[in-house]
Write a protein that binds this ligand. Sequence first.
Ligand code: DGL
Length: 269
Amino acid sequence: MKINSLSPIGILDSGIGGLLIAKEIKMQMPNENFIYFGDTINMPYGEKSQKFIIENSIKIISFLYKKKCKAIVIACNSITSNALDVIEKKFYKKILIFNVIDPIIKNKIFFSSKKIGIIATPATIRSNFYIKKIKKYYHHLNIIQSSTSSLAPMIEKGLKIKKNIIKNYFNHFQSIDTLLLACTHYLFLKKEIDNFYHGKVHLIDIQKIVVKEIKKKLYKKKLLCVTNKKNKKYPIFYTSNFIPTFFEKKVKIIFGEKVFIKTHIFNFF
Ligand code: DGL
């Protein structure tokens, strides 16, 4: 398949979580085009089996691959932790695959931490992906992890997350020095969580670290788009059912009105 630096980047998540990764891509690489896929009909992925996550994410990546994307960004921790190995094998040498976990694990930030908290969906925690990787590189770290089943769906629906909900989920992480928001949906709550800890716990800047890594690799592979002359296109957002109101609202708040929002319904079963 013919791709070059002008080809779009494909980004996927179960819903709005990956939008902040897409926003950071636009900030750090303003000439890039992207096609975003939110599998809104199957959200929350955090509640699904590994088999389900593997099968559905492969369908979405194949869809983005057929749209001639030059790279795929798995902007979802639940997909990365449950399906990355299978995805990498399946698309090996076909397309560059990025994810939101590896660049974080390899970041120097963990060297200066002593006790870190990881908060993620049940599917991510069940996979033990973070623990296995972190333990491999950082023997000194004390890690506490916890899952939340309803937080991502609440964020996806645009419900107001009150202080007592934050307290309920984050209270038991009190003695940590670093917190990893290991679900891209939670990144929308960064300010509220930072306020809860009165700025005393370091919240890792996931988007910046992940996108910096993507940019570096695209540059190395000569796939970074350095001109905006021939590449002025509007981003496309797909959802897998009707277009949810809050998804559309969030897209327009972040990326403005000049976007295409469409549906693509898969025959999943
Ligand atoms: N945003 C996703 C993640 O990073 C998943 C949220 C969900 O669908 O449960 O894990």
